[in-house]
Design a protein around this ligand. Structure first.
Ligand code: HEM
Length: 386
C-alpha cells in the first residue's frame, strides 16, 4: 500500500532512536501556538453567542491533524485544509480497504489498491499535496536544530530518496495515518469524560494544569505538561476502559514457541493480544468496570520515581497494552500524549464543556471490524469561560 515502507522502515527508526522524543521540547510551544490559532476556526462562536455545539469526534480528528502537522511538516503546510482533509480520509479508506484487499489473492492486491488510489482514493492526493512542503524542508533538515518531524525523517533518508521527494512524502502520509485518528480518539474521549465528570473533579484537573504552568514561570512548556498528572491519569484510564481495538499487537512466530500454559505455537503462527480482558482483570485493577479518572494519579506516591513512571499513560506493561508491547510498542506515544494534553488543556482552560440538552451522556461508540471509535455524530457544547 505504501511502497518500500515496510521493507525499509527508516522513518520508524527516526522516531524510535529517540530523536523525536528529544525534539518534543521545542515542539510543545509550536503545538500550543497552533492549537490556539486553530480553536477559534474549528469552534466558531458567532459574535452574538457565547457557545457553540459541534460534532466532537470529526472536529477533534481535524484539530489533531492540524496541530500534529505543525509538528510533522511545520507551518504553513499544517494549515492547508485541502491536504488535511485528504490526509484524514487516507486512514478512513485504508482500514476498510485492507479488509477488502484480503478478499483478493496476494498477487492481485497491489493492482487492486493502485486502481482504488487512482480512481477514488485519497492517498495519492494527500501525497501530492504534501510533497511541496516536504521539498521545502530539505535544506532545513541538514541543520543542527530540526524543527519538524519531517526534518528528522530527512536526516535518515537515503540519498536516492532525497532525489525522489514524493517517495519521502509517502512516509509523512504514513506517519500521519498512525498519528491522527488514534490521538483524535483519545482527545474526543477525554472531552466527553470531562463533560460528564462532577464539576469538582474537573476543577481539580484545571487547578493542577494552572499550578504546573505557574511552576514553569507561567509558560506551558514540556516540563509543565509533564506535571499534568491528573490529565495523564484520565487519558490512561480512557485507554484502559474504552478499548480501541478488540485485538492488537499481532506478531508472527519466527520459530516454534511454547507459551506459559503449555500451548505450542508452530512457526508462522499469527498471535495477537486482546486488550479488554487484560484491562479489566480484577487481579490487577480494583473495580475494573468503574471508570475512575484519577485511578492512576492516586497510585503516584511521589516518593518512588520509578513507581510513579509506571503509572504514566505512556508506560508499556503486560497489564496495559494501549500502545502495544515490546520492541514494536508505539514509538509515537510520547509525542501523542503531549499533543493530546496540549489540546485538551487548552480547551479545558478556555471553555466549559457540556452535552447538548436531552443528548445522551454516554454516546454509543461506533464499532467496525476490530475497532471501536467514539460516536461520530455525538455533539458537545463549548461555552467560553469568563
Ligand atoms: C493515542 C495515540 C496512539 C495510540 C493509542 C497508538 C497505538 C499504537 C499501537 C497499539 C501500535 C502497535 C504496537 C504493537 O504492535 O505492539 C502502534 C504502532 C505504531 N505507532 Fe502508534 N499510537 C498512537 C499515536 C501515534 C503517533 C502520534 C505516531 C507517530 C507520530 C505513531 C506511530 C506509530 C508507528 C510508526 C507504529 C509502528 C511501530 C512498529 O511497527 O515498530 N503512533 N501505535
Amino acid at each position: 500500500m505504501f511502497g518500500d515502507i515496510t521493507t525499509n522502515p527508516y522513518h520508524l527508526e527516526t522516531i524510535i532512536r529517540s530523536d523525536l522524543t528529544k525534539a518534543l521540547r521545542s515542539l510543545v510551544p509550536e503545538m500550543l501556538e497552533e492549537t490556539q490559532m486553530a480553536i477559534p476556526e474549528y469552534l466558531k462562536i458567532t459574535a452574538s453567542a457565547t457557545s457553540v455545539v459541534i460534532p466532537l469526534f470529526p472536529t477533534m480528528v481535524h484539530l489533531v491533524a492540524r496541530v500534529g502537522n505543525r509538528a510533522m511538516i511545520g507551518a504553513p503546510g499544517c494549515r492547508n485544509e485541502k491536504f488535511l482533509k485528504k490526509q484524514v480520509s487516507v486512514a478512513e479508506e485504508v482500514i476498510p480497504m485492507s479488509q477488502v484487499l484480503n478478499w483478493f489473492p496476494g498477487f492481485l492486491r497491489p493492482a487492486v489498491w493502485k486502481l482504488f488510489c487512482v480512481t477514488v482514493g485519497a492517498k495519492d492526493d494527500a501525497v501530492k499535496l504534501v510533497t511541496p512542503y516536504v521539498q521545502s524542508r530539505i535544506e532545513y533538515a541538514q541543520q543542527d536544530n530540526p524543527s519538524t518531524i519531517t526534518d528528522l525523517l530527512l536526516r535518515y533518508a537515503p540519498e536516492e530518496d532525497l532525489l525522489d521527494v514524493p517517495k519521502l512524502a509517502v512516509r509523512v502520509v504514513h506517519l500521519n495515518m498512525a498519528a491522527i485518528h488514534t490521538s483524535g480518539i483519545f482527545t474526543t474521549h477525554a472531552l466527553f469524560e470531562l463533560a460528564r465528570m462532577p464539576p469538582a473533579q474537573v476543577e481539580e484537573i484545571r487547578a493542577e494544569i494552572l499550578a504546573a504552568i505557574d511552576s514553569e514561570g507561567g509558560v506551558c512548556n514540556k516540563a509543565a505538561v509533564g506535571k499534568f498528572y491528573k490529565l495523564d491519569s484520565l487519558l490512561k484510564e480512557i485507554g484502559r476502559f474504552h478499548s480501541l481495538f478488540a485485538v492488537g499487537s499481532s506478531r508472527v512466530t519466527l520459530r516454534e514457541a511454547v507459551i506459559a500454559d503449555g500451548t505450542v505455537l508452530p512457526q508462522g503462527s499469527v498471535v495477537a493480544f486482546a486488550p479488554k480482558p487484560l484491562h479489566h482483570n480484577s487481579q490487577v485493577y480494583r473495580d475494573p468496570y468503574t471508570f475512575d479518572p484519577f485511578r492512576f494519579a492516586k497510585l503516584r506516591t511521589g516518593d518512588n520515581a520509578a513507581r510513579d513512571v509506571q503509572q504514566s499513560f505512556t508506560n508499556l506493561s503486560n497489564d496495559y497494552i494501549v500502545f502495544g508491547l515490546g520492541k514494536h510498542g508505539c514509538p509515537g506515544r510520547f509525542f501523542a500524549a503531549l499533543m493530546i494534553k496540549v489540546i485538551v488543556s487548552e480547551l479545558l482552560l478556555s471553555y466549559e464543556l457540556a452535552f447538548p440538552e436531552g443528548a445522551s451522556q454516554m454516546p454509543k461508540p461506533f464499532a467496525f471490524n476490530i475497532f471501536t471509535v467514539p460516536n461520530p455524530s455525538a455533539k458537545l457544547v463549548f461555552t467560553r469561560r469568563k
